[in-house]
Design a protein around this ligand. Structure first.
Ligand code: COA
Length: 222
């Protein structure tokens, strides 16, 4: 299965549906303690994410490795690599790159929800200006615009959190200049996250709207 590409060619990406992985392979992957009480679906999503990650690592020449869980909740990637994992419904994807090429990587997939759910999500994660900006630029509906903004912000978080070592909120960055012609967006930091990541810094990402999902990716070259 291959998903839309929202990352440069030098990033390896592997995706899979939850039901594609056979039980024997899935059950052979040990669950970290934090996932022992999770629902069977979340446990499977964790395991399929690890299989995708392992295959993506193989594609860049790192064999037999599978990321553990970092204390920040993200994957603990093998030395010399960076990566990111996402799940949405039954879709799972992992992306990996060599650290010498890439300082940070974040991918996300968000389902396009009902209008009611989109209102609720937007109240936590998107400003009116951001939503109307995307609706106008892409000529998409409200729920699609909200899904794109959240996916972009989750990609940014996955990309930067391992580098800055602190949490940051949906209002600490804004998504702007979302362009259909280039399929790119800009994420602008509104606060200082670390000495290297100050307010006003702009990071560029890519997006794709495919069926009922929005896919986003941010890869920061070194
Ligand atoms: C962590 C978060 C970004 C995950 O995004 P999501 O759309 O909810 O869920 P996804 O399925 O796409 O991603 C889950 C994966 O994110 C990864 N992840 C979790 N915490 C992470 C972190 N701190 N750094 C990097 N990756 C992380 C994990 O790989 C996880 O899957 P796994 O547990 O199976 O390994 C989101 O739940 C969250 O907490 N957001 C609040 C913070 C935020 O987004 N701020 C916005 C800044 S502009």
């Amino acid at each position: 299965m291959s998903l839309p590409r929202v990352l440069p060619a030098w990033v390896s990406q592997v995706s899979m549906y939850l039901e594609e992985l056979d039980d024997a392979t899935a059950n052979a992957i040990a669950l970290p303690s934090a996932y022992l009480m999770a629902t069977p679906e979340r446990q499977r999503a964790y395991r399929v994410g690890r299989v995708c990650a392992s295959r993506a690592l193989e594609q860049i020449g790192v064999r037999g490795a599978m990321p553990a869980v970092h204390e920040n909740g993200g994957p603990a990637w093998p030395n010399g690599t960076v990566g990111s994992i996402t799940h949405a419904m039954s879709l799972v994807a992992a992306a990996v790159a060599a650290r010498r090429q890439c300082c940070g990587l974040g991918i996300d997939i968000e389902p396009i929800t009902s209008l009611e759910k989109a209102h609720s999500l937007a109240s936590r994660g998107a400003t009116t200006g951001e939503v109307f900006g995307v609706m106008e630029n892409l000529q998409v509906d409200y729920a699609t615009a909200v899904a794109l903004i959240l996916a972009a912000k989750h990609s940014l978080y996955k990309c930067l959190h391992p580098q800055v070592g602190r949490s940051f909120s949906y209002l600490d960055a804004s998504i702007e200049n979302v362009q259909g012609s280039t399929a790119r967006f800009r994420a602008r930091l509104k606060v200082m996250l670390s000495p290297a990541w100050v307010g006003g810094t702009i990071v560029t990402g890519q997006f794709d709207i495919a069926g009922d999902f929005v896919h986003t990716g941010i890869a920061i070259p070194c």
